[in-house]
Design a protein around this ligand. Structure first.
Ligand code: IPD
Ligand code: CA
Ligand code: CA
Ligand code: CA
Length: 253
């Protein structure tokens, strides 16, 4: 089994666990409006067990307090990206699993159990949706672009992220906010939207998705245009056309 196949299997397994909890979970707040359920924990445990038993020397990083040092490889796991949506039964959430080799993303799988869609990519081998190649959109014009943004979980109206959202809302065709950064990255990769940005994400929100975008022909940088770093919460992912520079201009360095 290749690393990519293992990532896909683990993501599907996580998705099954989410669905098995869908009628019985309880939600609690980690902090105001920041929810977690038994499904988040059970999904992560199953994924960790699945991958950990196959690759005993590998490192792990997962949202639900999973941090395990390893050697060359590290799995970066979001067992449920879009917990608020899950809790409210809005069907837009996913399981995201990325694999780094010496700090470089080499494989990633994001599974959407509601649409039964498996997005995946391996370094240098393109990006796929349910086994079919995918690519980013060709739209170059911000005024014709559908963008998405992730804001911090709880913000007041004067927060810079809200102001930036409103600023770009005035010039893009539209800006959406949907509650799953991982699926937003898949939407960029598959040409369903043109751009996605956030300045408040964690490594597990982005790990698999950035590789899927890049392998689909898109571009990933910091919002100000600098080199993307997984450990920094700053991401702009687009179809890689002039649109990228047009959005970077809205984020002065
Ligand atoms: C959240 C989602 C959301 C983003 C939040 C994340 P979670 O992840 O990706 O789109 O706006 O910043 O925390 O907590 O549902 O895994
Ligand atoms: Ca969370
Ligand atoms: Ca997440
Ligand atoms: Ca999560």
């Amino acid at each position: 089994m290749s690393f990519l196949q293992a990532a896909e299997e683990a993501a599907r397994l996580g998705g099954e666990i989410l669905e098995s909890w869908a009628q019985k979970f309880t939600a609690r707040e980690k902090s105001p409006a920041n929810l977690v359920t038994e499904a988040d924990l059970a999904s992560q445990e199953a994924i960790h067990q699945f991958l950990g038993s196959r690759y005993p020397g590998h490192g792990f990083l997962g949202e639900e307090d999973l941090s395990q040092a390893g050697t060359t490889y590290r799995w970066v796991i979001d067992p449920l990206d879009g917990t608020s949506n899950y809790v409210h039964r809005f069907p837009y959430y996913a399981v995201s699993i990325g694999l780094e080799e010496n700090g470089q993303m080499i494989a990633g799988a994001i599974f959407d159990p509601n649409r039964n869609e498996m997005f995946s990519a391996a370094k240098g081998q393109g990006a796929h949706l349910n086994g079919q190649p995918i690519q980013v959109s060709e739209n170059r014009e911000l005024s014709h672009a559908m963008c998405m943004a992730s804001l911090p979980v709880k913000v007041d109206r004067s927060h810079p992220a809200v102001q930036k959202f409103l600023e770009i809302l005035e010039v893009a065709q539209t800006v959406q906010r949907t509650g799953s950064a991982a699926l937003n990255l898949c939407a960029v990769a598959s040409g369903r939207i043109d751009a996605f940005w956030s300045q408040s994400l964690k490594p597990w929100d982005m790990a698999a998705g950035i590789l899927i975008v890049e392998e689909a022909g898109g571009k990933v940088t910091k919002t100000g245009g600098g080199e993307f770093q997984l450990e920094k919460p700053d991401l702009l992912a687009t179809n890689g056309t002039d649109l990228h520079a047009a959005l970077v201009r809205h984020f002065p360095a």
